[in-house]
Design a protein around this ligand. Sequence first.
Ligand code: AMP
Ligand code: GLY
Length: 426
Amino acid sequence: MNVLILGSGGREYSIGLALSKDDNVEKIYFAPGNGATDTLGENLDIADFSKLADFVEKNSVDLTIVGPEGPLVEGVVDVFEARGLTIFGPSAKAAQLEGSKIFMKNFLARHNVPTAAYIETDSLQDAYKFIKTLEVPIVVKADGLCGGKGVIIAQSHDEAKKSAEQMLLGNSFGDAGTSIVIEEFLDGYELSVFAICDGKDYVVLPAAQDHKKLLNGDEGLNTGGMGAYAPTPLVNDEIYRKLNERVIEPTLKGMKEEGMPFTGVLFIGVMVVNDEPIILEYNVRFGDPECEVLMPLLKSPASELFYKAATGELRNAKIEFHDKYAVGVVMASKGYPYKSSPMAEIIVDDIYHEELNVNAHISYAGVTRADAGTDDGKLYASGGRVLVCVGVGDSIAQAQKRAYMLVGQVHFVGKQCRTDIAYQVL
Ligand code: AMP
Ligand code: GLY
């Protein structure tokens, strides 16, 4: 089959890489893709949803997979489905689970899915009142999409009040902050759990852990994620059972009952507190860099997973995973996440180690390819998270060693990475 992937990050590269190894897949398109996805398929310079649907019809694309939340919230799935095209992702309505924290929190409350105690409000007076009742730290969240920056963990009541004021009055997040959620702080360990859903049935992928902080030991600024590993041994069968029964099943049932059956990736941000999984948030797409460590663990053909989910046939799929571990280390540009950085040429040493050639690879993200005619088609780091070095192994330690061996082979001016990915379990 022919597949179109929407997006341009390492997440989309890793989905493309998995599909490129799948005998059922002939041609892969990316829109827009990045400077390296052109090695896996063809990049398209089309953004308009109707024009993408035109392309899909003309070029016999059998399946479209949506990577990022933006196009989902904007309704790309609705446009494609209205034209009878097969697309993997939730409708705009269902994407509110990520697009609006208030929708998500109220949905969880309606369906008794465990989550932190909270209020949603657009009134400062109500915010002050609720803040008074909480112990510090206190969590203040802007309602809408803020590129992962709309969450403040306030260390004092005063700071919580100020954050609420800034969001509601100071427009610190524009329209995304005209309503806010204030909630209790959950003290536990965080997991990224992904359920691939077809509206009725689901497949849970091996649980992962992200590393959101810029620096070793979880210090420094929040980022989109500096590394991930999976599966994490911090999840046992009991926690998976609780997640299925108390979280995923009521959510899919509730979404169906409310007239917006959920198809796509349900990304469950979980805090495990005293062995109880409590929901921090939902996203409606794969995490990045979590996707980069999950795709290599998929043993079944990637096309089967995504196509069956998009067509409501998961019940008839037997999805299997390798009995292995994957660790992904993000290499970011110099200014990340503060500011953009100058372009820097990426050089990857020739790899003679068979161990690395077989068990490690790069998922490219913030990269640009120079014009083949003028500059030999060299690859440049063009900012943000540039690439992810992924190692696979029979243990987390082995996967981590391979990921860092590969990191040592990759060079660009200003590169930065954490040196402790997966430290929680080693
Ligand atoms: P979000 O944008 O909702 O994913 O929040 C970003 C990060 O803030 C999460 O990944 C958590 O690490 C942290 N966080 C959010 N809500 C809470 C909470 N109620 N208690 C503790 N940490 C939280
Ligand atoms: N890595 C977390 C996210 O993609 O939101």
